[in-house]
Write a protein that binds this ligand. Sequence first.
Ligand code: NAD
Length: 496
Amino acid sequence: MSAHTTEYRTSRAALDAVAKVSTGTFIDGQWGEAASGARFDVVNPATEEVIATVADGGPEDARRAIETAGRVQKQWAATPPRERGEILRRAYELIMQRQDELALVMTTEMGKPLAEAKGEVAYAAEFFRWFSEEAVRIGGDQTMTGDGKNRIMVSKEPVGPCVLVTPWNFPLAMGTRKIGPAVAAGCTMVFKPANLTPLSSLALVDILIEAGLPRGVLNVVCTKKASSVVGPWMASGIARKVSFTGSTEVGVRLLEQAAQHVMRSSMELGGNAPFIVFEDADLDRAVDGAVAAKMRNMGEACTAANRLFVHRSVMSEFSRKLAERLGALSVGDGAQDGTDVGPLVEAKALDKVQELVDDAVARGATVECGGSRPDRPGFFYKPTVLQGVDPDSKLMSEEIFGPVAPVIPFDSEDEVLELANDTPWGLVGYLFTQDVDRSFRVSDALEVGMVGLNTGIVSNPAAPFGGVKASGLGREGGRVGIEEFLEYKYVAVPRG
Ligand code: NAD
């Protein structure tokens, strides 16, 4: 076997880590096969090899899962908050103890470099620690009516059984960001992880069982055909809430289904983040920010800088510096030492990125670095900087979801704000300036749920993550994260 063929294969260590993951359906505390007996493949995007098969659930599995969640809801809601919090706290510890192994599983199914995968594991665990502390602080309220004749007592209750659906790009954190607050609030769950990356979520199930999560509280069904599982859950009349992270297109479909049963809905959807560099910015800091906001997760992030607006007077210097940085990154299997940039998740993603780059170039953009895929197996794309991008290019209005940084010149603050807000999405915006007044003025004017001010990184479990416009409804994390899983009950009491 040549050195190259070995290099392009999944390592024994990675296969061993993957082999430890339970790959069934998990319903009512039991691992099992799908009712149909079917399984689907999970592929390593760095090598295109099948690394595991997972039980391919369908309507029958979905029915059993949601009925279980409905049956145990009352008992789970009555569990003391401290107990619920301690389960999360133990799960946090267990995740951190297994950080290396979980990261290797994640890299092998999704592609991101190991260092980033380890970062995501810690970020994912932190949601459990955060919500373990929130479980005992749910609180309530007591006040009086304006005329002083009645007491108003307000308590908070779990919303009820929840449908959780997550994307492939952050295979662990998107799950813990929902499971953490649901457990803390006392909600039962049915959970469908993304079919491209089910293994990280399935590994989490064993951790939660070990941490003491009671039988039936969390039920997991993976599937190749999402609607065959999520559809029955949404139509069941048992689920009281849906918490979804994924594309706006699917989010809208789920909102339509949620409307049939007037279900609470949290939607973390797509983005089209503007990244604005003003003429007075510290340019090196802005380049650092752009590398972080663009290259995290190979650009496969809802928070990825999608449109880099750079003042015309500094555009060439900024583009040159950014191209130097991105061009020097090493592209390869994320499980290998020294890799900065892993593969995209699947071949379809690669085709889309190439199509967007070709369109921008056809409209006059200059390729400063990259612009093509390397000659090797796996779904790799070279980090790319495009300068002088025409605002009518397709990548201005679509999520690129790849390592491509389009740089668009602007001349004035008003002009860039108009361009930045000219999108149906509103998840996050980044701005780089040293002018204090401008930093607040522009933060206020951006139509987004989050702003990175002189930084390219915005997510933290202690902060309310989420967007406006087509980027979603509700927030995950922070003080408000648990509220998404709670209902208010007002009891009127005459004052004796
Ligand atoms: P996707 O919408 O295709 O899939 C998300 C999940 O929904 C997957 O589990 C998928 O199997 C499931 N799904 C697909 N069709 C469905 C249907 N008809 N009914 C029910 N479920 C269905 O998105 P994706 O490609 O997995 O993820 C990328 C998208 O997620 C991007 O748009 C990205 O911006 C977004 N995202 C948003 C956030 C956020 O916090 N706002 C975070 C990460 C990703």
